[in-house]
Design a protein around this ligand. Structure first.
Ligand SMILES: [Ca+2]
Ligand SMILES: [Ca+2]
Length: 316
């Protein structure tokens, strides 16, 4: 194994050296690399510094398997099987600090900072008062995208099956930031991201704090004709999907299956977003930029897991 790692280390060195050049990233030989240890489960995304968790490919039962009685759960039926490719998801809701960096670096026009500060008072709080277009612009700047609704629910369930919330069937003030305060929930409005416990995939605030925008158009009947694999939502619509509940809603709206929606030009204090990236990830922090367009699977140096690169345009 030591010999094997040495060989891979040599390959990695070659890759780094090649990556420093202008035009020779093709010389990278991913096949030389030991991939036995699997992909890295956590990465840091270079553009916005976000920690992202690998959500494994798989299938799940999407929708309200509890048959909750309320009329506003009707859009969560019928329960249907969905298969998804693997993807990376932001561990946290996008923060005020990250969105401010986006605005400063891109020149994107945004002028609701005073409103943001009322409910999200620090750079560590979730970004709010964003339209779907604002959120999408951020995602594009970062080289990521908004999650589909199916990806969001799959990730929120944290590997559990048929549970009401990301950690199980019950919820208390110690689990999430929702309406009012009590237990570990000290916040009337937004909490700094990651203030409470993560779910099984290491994702924070998938229930509560702020609702999160998805890429899909919303249609109450969509589950009746959703495709099996990687559903993208209706081709058009009037509103986009919101998921997860928020600091001003009670626990019924924090259910993993609950679907809410909002018009594309609307913004408010109770919703924000997080981003996803396809797998393998397009970039990893701390390496020469030229490598971000290079396919590379490298060995775990100094005990780190395997990590992978991919052309930004999706070529392998
Ligand atoms: Ca609260
Ligand atoms: Ca949330």
């Amino acid at each position: 194994m030591i010999l094997n790692k040495s060989r891979i280390f040599a390959v990695l060195l070659l890759v780094v050296l090649v990556g420093c050049g202008e035009d020779e990233p093709e010389k990278v030989k991913p096949k030389e690399v030991d991939a036995d240890e699997g992909p890295m489960k956590r990465i840091i995304w270079e553009a916005d510094g976000a920690s992202m968790a690998l959500i494994p490919a798989g299938s799940f039962e999407m929708g309200d398997s509890k048959d909750e009685p309320e009329a506003w759960m009707e859009g969560s039926h019928p329960v249907h099987t969905v298969e998804l490719d693997a993807f990376y998801m932001d561990v946290h809701e996008v923060t005020v600090g990250q969105f401010r960096k986006f605005v400063e670096e891109s020149g994107y026009v945004y002028n609701l900072w005073d409103d943001v500060a009322v409910f999200s008072s620090t750079g560590k709080h979730p970004m709010i008062w964003v339209t779907w277009d604002d959120a999408t612009a951020y995602a594009e700047w970062a080289g990521k995208r908004l999650p589909t609704e199916a990806e969001w629910e799959y990730a929120a369930r944290g590997g559990l099956s048929g549970k009401r919330y990301p950690w199980g069937d019950e919820i208390t003030d110690d689990h999430a930031n929702y309406f009012g305060t009590g237990g570990k929930d000290k916040w009337e409005y937004c909490a700094p991201v990651g203030s409470l416990k993560p779910n099984g995939y290491g994702l924070y605030d998938m229930a509560g704090n702020v609702f999160e925008l998805c890429s899909d158009w919303y249609n109450e009947d969509y589950y009746s004709n959703s495709p099996l694999r990687n559903p993208q939502g209706p081709s058009t619509g009037e509103s986009h999907v919101l998921r997860g509940g928020s600091c001003n809603f009670n626990t019924d709206f924090l259910r993993a299956a609950f679907r809410d929606y909002v018009g594309p030009s609307y913004s408010s204090f109770y919703y924000g977003f997080r981003c996803v990236s396809g797998f393998p990830a397009a970039q990893v922090v701390g390496l020469p930029l030229s490598l971000s367009s290079t396919v590379l699977t490298a060995l775990p140096l100094f005990g780190y897991s395997v990590f992978k690169f991919k052309y930004k345009d999706g070529k392998v």
